[in-house]
Design a protein around this ligand. Structure first.
Ligand SMILES: [Zn+2]
Length: 482
């Protein structure tokens, strides 16, 4: 009896599965007929582009910029796309980081199969790590979604706003909603992010119009991590414009660059660790190590931690000081938790990290996801001092910052060194410059803080760019160049 019931149940399951795939095929074919099929597409317009990961407050909206021109051309068959963007700081300016703070910024992104590169000027810049996500973006467009769903054994189920069609491509899961008029109204996927884990990417399509016999939305909004990254009002769309890209030679041979770590001794037991776009500092205490800043992601953190252990052998890494919650400065912090360090950050960041770090991390599990370690925080309000033996570090909240309200700076009283992030970036020909010149208001606020706290600074150790004498920063502030 039990066995017969089981067989009946299994048969029912099989039928349900087959019906679901069959349903998907019909739904997709009907949608493709209603929307019109294309081999390539080009759409353009204006709107807003946001600086992902650069929110003013932790968990807030990504700072907005004015998208003055946008064009995307996709050739579905060759899995190629070209995205051309011009954006600028809105007037009045918004708070937060990451924007082009002065003038227009032009961005041009390419993907062709397994190759990705940027080419805003005449020289292509290989982006060997970016092809997967840029290809995925092709399948998140209405016509791309239908094509990818047909090729990847999609299944269908009823949802609140229409039929929800799902499929997998590589390690990514993609879902799309097709409404009663057979239009794709939404696509969803998840991307691995060092701060947010499996981060939702939701793209919505509305205001469908007929462009030369093909239906295309006039409003496209993409949210990443719950907040918009792109809001586009489509003004024109070309059907089958074609796109034949030839992959530049340098792009074909490019590989993901290895992580460079270069340390420089600034004083007894104090090292500046550079070598890339973001710096850290290693500080030796009598019985432990403190690192300032865990930027970018786990790969950088592992390299900096290895360097810290080489510089200071046989001492535990007890503290990681995080300057602020912008993702480029916070992406590597979790690795320090896995290493056993306590995280010192401004108190407004603590609930944000606790919530963000609780998200699932199935797409790219990091060391912390694989361990059972719990994160320990010290939330700093205005001042916190780390002191042992003759080593003292003073950690201050930089209040009044337009860049981030939870910014910490670190002062070494004996050595007269000041560590700061994003307020002042010294010019240098060797080190990759951060995007966008820092506005003078960031530096002016830092100077005001230094004066109010009566800090006697001789040397600035910035988290972007090289170590410089404090007089360089004073000169830069008086010339208005940050
Ligand atoms: Zn920042």
């Amino acid at each position: 009896m039990a066995k017969r019931l089981w067989i009946a149940f299994a048969a029912l399951l099989l039928c349900a599965g087959a019906a679901s795939a069959q349903d998907a095929k019909t739904v997709l074919q009907t949608a493709q007929k209603a929307m019109g099929d294309v081999t390539s597409i080009q759409y353009s317009g204006t709107g807003h582009l946001n600086s992902f990961g650069q929110a003013y407050t932790p968990g807030g909206e990504w700072p907005v910029t004015k998208l003055t021109s946008y064009a995307k051309t996709i050739d579905y068959g060759s899995k190629s796309a070209k995205e051309e963007i011009t954006h600028s700081e809105p007037n009045p300016p918004v708070k937060g980081g990451g924007r082009p703070f002065a003038g227009d910024e032009k961005l041009v992104y390419f993907v062709s199969g397994q190759f990705a590169w940027d080419q805003p000027g005449s020289t292509p810049v290989p982006q060997p790590g970016a092809a997967g996500e840029r290809q995925l973006q092709i399948w998140l467009t209405p016509h791309g979604f239908l094509k990818a769903a047909m090729e990847n054994n999609a299944t269908a189920k009823k949802g609140a706003a229409g039929t929800v069609v799902s499929f997998e491509t590589g390690k990514f899961k993609v879902e799309g909603t097709i409404n009663a008029q057979n239009m794709v109204t939404k696509t969803d996927t998840w991307l691995p992010n060092p701060v947010l884990g499996d981060m939702p990417v939701e793209t919505t399509f509305s205001g469908y119009k007929d462009f030369s016999g093909v239906k295309f939305p006039t409003t496209i909004v993409q949210k990443q991590g719950g907040s918009p990254v792109l809001e586009l009002t489509v003004s024109s769309m070309n059907v089958n414009p074609g796109l034949s890209l030839s992959v530049p030679d340098g792009v074909k041979t490019a590989s993901v660059p290895s992580i460079r770590v270069q340390s420089q001794k600034l004083g007894d037991g104090i090292w500046f660790v550079g070598g890339g776009s973001h710096n850290s500092m290693v500080v030796e205490f009598p019985t432990y190590i403190t690192v300032i800043e865990g930027p970018l992601g786990e790969a950088r953190s592992l390299a900096v931690i290895a360097e810290a252990k080489r510089l200071v052998p046989n001492k535990p890494l007890k503290y990681l000081i995080n300057t602020h919650s912008h993702f480029d400065h916070a992406g590597g912090v979790r690795t320090y938790v896995a290493e056993g360090a306590t995280i010192i950050t401004q108190e407004i960041n603590v609930p944000f990290y606790q919530k963000a770090w609780a998200a699932p991390r199935t797409l790219n599990p990091d060391e912390l996801a694989k361990s059972s370690t719990e994160a320990n925080f010290i939330g700093v309000r205005e001042k916190y001092v780390l002191s042992e033996g003759d080593r003292t570090l003073e950690i201050y909240h930089e209040s009044g910052s337009m860049h981030n309200p939870g910014m910490l700076i670190v002062y070494f009283p004996r050595d007269k060194i000041l560590e700061e992030a994003d307020d002042y970036t010294p010019d240098t020909p060797q080190v990759p410059a951060p995007s966008g010149v820092r506005p003078p208001i960031f530096m002016a606020n830092l100077l005001k803080q230094i004066q109010a706290l009566k800090l006697d600074v001789a040397t600035v150790a910035p988290m972007h760019g090289p170590v410089v004498p404090y007089s360089d920063m004073e000169k830069a502030a008086s010339s208005g160049k940050g």
